[in-house]
Design a protein around this ligand. Sequence first.
Ligand SMILES: Cc1cc2nc3c(=O)[nH]c(=O)nc-3n(C[C@H](O)[C@H](O)[C@H](O)COP(=O)(O)OP(=O)(O)OC[C@H]3O[C@@H](n4cnc5c(N)ncnc54)[C@H](O)[C@@H]3O)c2cc1C
Length: 452
Amino acid sequence: MRPQVLIIGCGFGGLEAARALRTTDVDITLVDKTNHHLFQPLLYQVATAGLSAPSIAAPIRHLFRGQRNVTTLMGEIVAIDATARTATLKDGATLRWDHLIVAAGATHSYFGRDDWAEHAPGLKTLSDAFEIRRRVLLAFEAAEREANGEDDPAQRAALLQFVVVGGGPTGVELAGTFAEIARHTLPGEFRRIDPRQARVLLVEGSPRVLQAMPESLSERAREQLGALGVDVRLNARVTGIDAEGLDITTPTGPERLHSRCVVWAAGVAASPLGRALADATGCTLDRAGRVVVEPDLSVKGQANIQVIGDLAAAQSHAPGQPPKPVPGVSPGAKQMGRHAAANIQRRLRGEATQAFRYRDYGNLATIGRHSAVVDLGTPAGSLRFSGLPAWLFWLFAHVYFLIGFRNRFVVLVDWAWAYWTHDRNARVVAGAGLSEASPARDAQACPRRRAG
Ligand SMILES: Cc1cc2nc3c(=O)[nH]c(=O)nc-3n(C[C@H](O)[C@H](O)[C@H](O)COP(=O)(O)OP(=O)(O)OC[C@H]3O[C@@H](n4cnc5c(N)ncnc54)[C@H](O)[C@@H]3O)c2cc1C
């Protein structure tokens, strides 16, 4: 029997690890609870109707059709037994492993207020993106219905007020694109409302957006958001979210924001599989639930288990420098995936494993149709730029890293079309109309008509 490698999760980390073991004499089982690898950096484009799902997701089975040492299974791992070297799927089936790579990623954190999730969906999966898209588009539909003879301006204003919580890259991207939809995509398509009257607010708890970027680029991002018509509220902490809107506290006092479409882009928590691994091995978790790993990415006392990507609280070990935390970004996950595979190869050869070193190539974030900020690490120092050149750089970097030629081609064509026409052509909301899609919200949106 060849050594059995089990990889849990086919995101950026798991995919890269499996690929790096292409020519290694092992049998790999790649398990994911979905049937697709998802390019999360463009998920906001699906949520804002700019791209359709297949443009940014690829069936895992198809990706590995030519790699004979990979078996792809769809299922959710719920427990790990480090002594018996097995992993248990939700249906009770078990999978044996000699080497385990856990790459289950992260999920949303509502900072202990999980009841907010129902009113403010986060963006992590395709289902999340569909739900956000549905809420945004149906808010405009409901506002058009509300704006009849017995018009209630307050209801309509709440329907046309969109709030994004969290000023990181995802929040900034979402807020900028919502503003563009309202100002450029939808005008001319409605008869009773003017979509340009929609308000988009970005609520951020700290003094600036894009905290991971240098201060000058945060300021440029804030200016570019302002130019798009986004109302950026800094130092504003959310204290409550319900079906009618949210409560925030700002330096000037508490404020109520009426909104029927709130999106959560504020907190990240590790996959619950981190807790399962801690129960199985006694390993330490950090405050976000990430597994604290050894320098070589293994779990303390478990040389055959490695944790990578967003689920790992890992440090970069560059020679002659103090260890630095690895950020939760796709290059980090991909590099860890390749490193974990190389460590398995080393162990199979009877060699010692090596410490992980992260190579940071920089940070990018897009703000709208032709605005972005870029902070690149170069041998000569930091290279920072913003505006149209940054947007073009962002665009080509994302197309380059997309999986599959067809996806790259389709995304380029869709973006070129959207650039010239302002159109966003993935605006189909499947199935239900307003009432069926969200009866509770619809009832709130149109109480008099419903009662009558
Ligand atoms: C909206 C959004 C935008 C982002 N934008 C950027 C960006 O612009 N640039 C950037 O560098 N990074 C970005 N990131 C972060 C980046 O996507 C992550 O750092 C990266 O995906 C982490 O890779 P991973 O392999 O650890 O986890 P993931 O890519 O999240 O993959 C985890 C996989 O594990 C599977 N899984 C989870 N639990 C189980 C289980 N119990 N059993 C089986 N399978 C399981 C999931 O289905 C998933 O396929 C963004 C993230 C999001 C959510």
